[in-house]
Design a protein around this ligand. Structure first.
Ligand code: F6P
Length: 324
């Protein structure tokens, strides 16, 4: 293998740049020519591909976003789109790919590998932490810390006014950001898609808490089956029926996707990037390089996207115990 290419795809996450840097420099270290594909699969289809050098990735390890840009491509879902992408890679002599992204990225990479056979190794880049085969994904730690900082600030004003705040965090269908920011931020209640929560439970818990606490924070994962934080707040408010109590909603949104990556994300990203390139050189393909129990592991894309990643049971227990 002499030429490889790297790209980022799907929702960006803090630490993607550190991962790109690691892929480029590990590739160069092993004597490879490394190319960057811009705008994910869209750039593969358009031929937006440029040679990368060691200096191309200088001064990016600390930056959020992705210097290669990202996109969610609908054209790549079609056989015609993938054929164009293959032709562009073939014309440049690209013999290996590193795909940095989440389950959508790996779904595309798996189909592409099965159709065209270009060896591909993935790195888990998403704030959601919803990828099987790695304890944490690149960007998750930063997103949790961003949410936590916001929750700490909300706590100040919630306490000052004796208010009940519903804070909505990202995570798509997964509750990892909600759980970890909830534990760290001392949330009174955390609502996640993985477990069924009835409005009655929230109301009962808030009524009990009112005996000891004058303000509360409920962290709501955006994928909750009862709806958005705004909708859930309205349902709770209707049942509490206390005009003296004030309810507020804060949706944290995309601020969770930006910002300087934490040390943990930079190290994870750098490890995964190195492991992806070295995996390709060892003949690995159609799999993701992740880190489990401190060790690098390679997991088939089929498992990364197909197997569920449950929340940590102790985390759920902790929230219940610590909120009494
Ligand atoms: O997958 C990352 C993520 O930020 C999710 O948490 C969120 O649901 C989604 O992407 C938002 O996507 P977009 O930026 O395309 O609106």
């Amino acid at each position: 293998m002499k030429k490889i290419a790297v790209f980022t795809s799907g929702g960006d996450s803090p630490g993607m740049n550190a991962c790109i840097r690691s892929v480029v420099r590990t590739g160069i270290f092993h004597g490879l020519e490394v190319y960057g594909i811009y705008h994910g699969y869209e750039g593969m289809i358009e031929g937006d591909i440029k040679r990368m050098y060691s200096h191309s990735v200088s001064n990016i390890v600390q930056r959020g976003g992705t210097i290669l840009k990202s996109a969610r491509s609908t054209e790549f879902r079609t056989p015609e789109g993938r054929k164009k992408a293959y032709d562009n890679l073939k014309a440049l002599g690209i013999e290996g790919l590193v795909a940095i992204g989440g389950d959508g990225t790996f779904t595309g990479a798996k189909v592409f590998y099965e159709e065209y056979g270009i060896p591909t190794v993935g790195c888990p880049g998403t704030i959601d932490n919803d990828i099987y085969g790695t304890d944490y994904t690149i960007g998750f730690d930063t997103a949790v810390n961003t949410a936590l900082e916001a929750i700490d600030k909300i706590r100040d004003t919630a306490a000052a006014h004796d208010r009940i705040f519903f804070v909505e965090v990202m995570g798509r269908d997964a509750g990892f950001i909600a759980v970890e920011s909830g534990i760290g931020g001392g949330a009174e209640f955390v609502m996640v898609p993985e477990t069924e929560t009835k409005i009655d439970q929230v109301v009962k818990s808030l009524k009990n808490l009112r005996k000891t606490k004058s303000s509360s924070i409920i962290v709501v994962a955006e994928g909750h089956s009862l709806g958005s934080a705004e909708e859930i707040m309205k349902l709770v408010k209707e049942q509490i029926k206390d005009p003296s109590k004030e309810f507020k909603v804060t949706t944290l949104g995309h601020i969770q996707r930006g910002g300087k990556p934490t040390a943990r994300d930079r190290v994870l990203a750098s490890r995964c990037g190195m492991a992806a390139v070295e995996g390709l050189l060892q003949g690995k393909t159609n799999c993701m390089a992740g880190v489990m129990k401190m060790e690098v592991v390679y997991t088939p894309f089929a498992d990364c996207i197909g197997k569920p990643k449950p929340l940590i049971a102790d985390h759920i227990k902790l929230i219940d115990i610590l909120s009494i």
